[in-house]
Design a protein around this ligand. Structure first.
Ligand code: ATP
Ligand code: ZN
Length: 299
């Protein structure tokens, strides 16, 4: 019997990944007892506990087997991987899943008034970043010699302070850049949240729970955009209607009592259903169209 048969999962303590991470776990059925500011959240109904830490600590906690699993941005993982590689070491965390949150990109931005005519403009310039290894690799692949100014934060004010000519930072909407009179000029890398695991083999009980959690995560990701569509239609309109239902495989066709020419169609659509689709369905002859959210799905 394993001494501690509970899975330990590292999650960002407070930041952009915290809410979406907890939301994912909640959708996977985890009920977490967590006192405010507590370091560990106890899984009340599953053998899984959550450790709340700084996101930068997650790759090491997982590769050093302090935690079995971790939810972290690809950007943090990649930076750590390159940092280790620079020292001749190999990153040992394993990626289990790409997830649909924490989307952002590592981008180079220039002051609004500065000239920029493509990557060549970077030559000989000073670029401030908290991602020196990812920026370094990018510059290397572009064969550009520039000075990397490594900062620990507040990168976006570096040009105004005269510490750098450009910056390389994470961007999602671009509003922070705008507020600092900067504009995005190049994308260094795209990022999103990922689930990683320890390189150490897990005992059967824990491994079984990792598998179950993965199936649940896949189900959660699948239902996100999925909708259950129900409608009435004349039999003759079925071919047109089937074409209009986005991302649905084979809809269920049910006869309508007393109306031989009419049927009820039920379909799971794997894409969002927009008003435009509903209008087209109506034009094709559909009526009584209902669109319902899908809560859970197990393939
Ligand atoms: P910590 O205190 O945990 O070190 P942090 O300041 O490094 O926090 P956050 O700003 O909360 O981290 O960002 C955490 C992660 O969220 C990033 O590493 C990235 O993967 C993701 N992210 C998504 N959009 C953005 C964005 N616009 N800016 C920064 N990070 C983003
Ligand atoms: Zn961080």
């Amino acid at each position: 019997m394993d001494e501690n048969p509970r899975l330990k999962l590292a999650v960002q303590k407070s930041g952009r990944l915290t809410d979406p991470s907890l939301d994912l776990l909640n959708r996977c059925g985890l009920k977490l007892a967590r006192g405010k500011d507590q370091l560990v959240g106890f899984g009340e109904n599953l053998p899984l506990d959550v450790l709340f830490v700084r996101d930068d600590d997650i790759p090491d906690l997982v590769q050093e087997d302090v935690c079995d699993l971790g939810l972290v941005g690809l950007n943090v993982l990649e930076e750590r991987r390159l940092e280790l590689a620079a020292r001749g070491a190999v990153a040992r965390f394993e990626k289990l899943r790409d997830l649909d949150f924490g989307r952002c990109r590592l981008a180079i931005a220039a002051p609004n008034e500065a000239r920029f005519d493509g990557p060549e403009t970077l030559r000989g310039k000073r670029i401030a970043t908290t991602y020196p290894f990812m920026l370094g690799r990018y510059l290397q692949t572009m064969d550009i010699a520039a000075e990397i100014v490594t900062l620990s934060g507040a990168v976006e004010i570096a040009p105004r302070l005269g510490r750098a000519d450009l910056i390389c930072d994470l961007v999602s909407t671009g509003s922070t850049l705008q507020a600092n009179h900067l504009r995005e000029v190049l994308t260094v890398a795209e990022s999103h949240a990922v689930l990683i695991r320890t390189p150490v083999p897990l005992p059967a009980f824990k491994a079984g729970w990792v598998e179950r959690m993965l199936l649940r995560i896949d189900g959660v990701e699948r239902v996100k955009e999925s909708k259950y569509v129900m409608l009435h239609a004349p039999r003759s309109a079925l071919p047109a209607i089937r074409k209009l239902l986005p991302g649905s495989e084979s809809p269920t066709i049910i006869p309508l009592d007393g109306f031989p020419e009419r049927v009820v169609v039920h379909a799971v659509c794997r894409e969002n259903v927009f008003w435009e689709t509903l209008e087209s369905l109506k034009q094709a002859g559909a009526s009584s169209v209902l669109v319902l959210p899908v809560e859970k799905m197990l393939a």
